[in-house]
Design a protein. Sequence first.
Length: 552
Amino acid sequence: MLRVLAVAAVAALTLQPVPASASPSRVITPVMDCADVTSIHLDGVVLKSATVSSAGAPAPYCAVVGTIAPNDTIVMRLPINGWTQRYLQTGCGGLCGSSTINYTQAATCRPIVDGTIASATTDMGHQGLNDGSWAAGNPQAQIDFAYRGVHVTAVTAKEIIKRFYGKSPKYSYFDGCSDGGREAVMEAQRYPDDFDGIAAGAPASNIVVQNTFHHAWNVLANKDAQGHYILLADRLPLIHNAVLAACDRWDGVVDGVLDDPRNCHFDPYTLVCSDLSKCLTTAQAAVVRKLHDGATDVDGNRLEQPISHEWGSELDWTLFVPAAQGQVTFSENIALSFLRYLAYFNVAAPSYQLTDLTFTVSSFWKTVQTSSYLSATDPDLSRFRRSGGKLILWHGWSDQHISPQATLNYYAAMRDTMGSVDSFARLYLFPGMAHCGGGLGPSTFDVLTPVMNWVEHGVAPFKIVASKVDAGVVTRTRPVYPYPVVARYDGSGSTDDAANFGPYTPRTSSPVGYRWVGAPLYTHGYQATCKVVNGKLVCTPDRLIFDPRRRS
């Protein structure tokens, strides 16, 4: 039966067109040759090349490469035939520095499958050097990375589209994950008229806390007084299996995935015993608890949202738990990159070490001041709502890089600030999915079609079906519903078939709350606008943000 399901699901994943409600707009043809795009004159824009290509697409397009002053690369794909007046801009992950169009979680979206959508992306003002050193002495690149690069790319791309086709886009969309998710949310906050629909996956919205205290804690909480790692990756399967044994059954289906890990109250100290082939040491159990709970000071004050790494995600903790002593993990790299070059205004400190970061409340407020221009945590999206914009936030419950709690915190702040947000925003949480994809749960889906249906036809999204794909074969499908609705097995048929699950709204919400030191970061009015003055980054309003000492 599973094999039949897999074959059917593969067909659905690869061949099934999107619903008729997402039918294309009127087809528009170009009014100029592709090669002539380089003759388009726009202030501050140099279009270096425009050639017909079919690379990575089902149909030929005009591949455009240019620069937006001072140093933002713009890359575009303009369909030669069949453009449907849609524009899609894609985000850039990590600390960016590359300009590759990446249609995140949109495999079955018809305009992408057919090659009828115009698209673009940007490297956000710098090239390569993902260690953060590009920001040293380059405040304009910092501004472009923070928010300007994505905006000027949207403005420029729309104007090029208008010149090329003789028509402006009728609908504009943004799709990104990780830092691309932060870029997406930043657009809704700062430039609410740039895009009609936005899909923001695993957004690194609270990027300063994320790339300082969160990732530094991942490393330092796992080291002893001599600087040696306490917990190594060979222990992770043991921990994961114990978590599943304790909690997998609570959602009604034993399937290796926790539908809502917040309801799992696993105690790592239950794994402590003298047989180290089967157990943890007390020190290792303490590390597991610290990694799950997240950064604190010595008094227990939380320096990030509660639950840094959800139970059930342990197999992907290799992002920060090394296989051997001396191994440099992702967490160490990203934290050092940020702390050395981006965390503090007009500071470049290439010799900075993680041990230089102190886990105190005063250090926290000193470090997060650059949130005023780098972070995207303003919960007031009233202007985006008034513009008619639609937003889908999505996150994997087993994200090993950016905690889903950060997105839940933001979504809760939106509702606290704006009241009901159902008219324009939805949040989807995918059980077992790791960062932007992968993991043990179904993690392949189409998030763009629901956004387009919502924008173009007023059809609010509800069920999104995600697939688990192993070696090209779909082995499981599962519906995911807008938070707080979850999928529940109806008691008959295969638990690997989405058709056998329906929506269920829990009677009580998870007890996890968002009382932590940085909670005031999720408030309206903190964002500053920056410029370069005498080679320095200057942001206005020029004030300390969020520090309670300044509010007394």
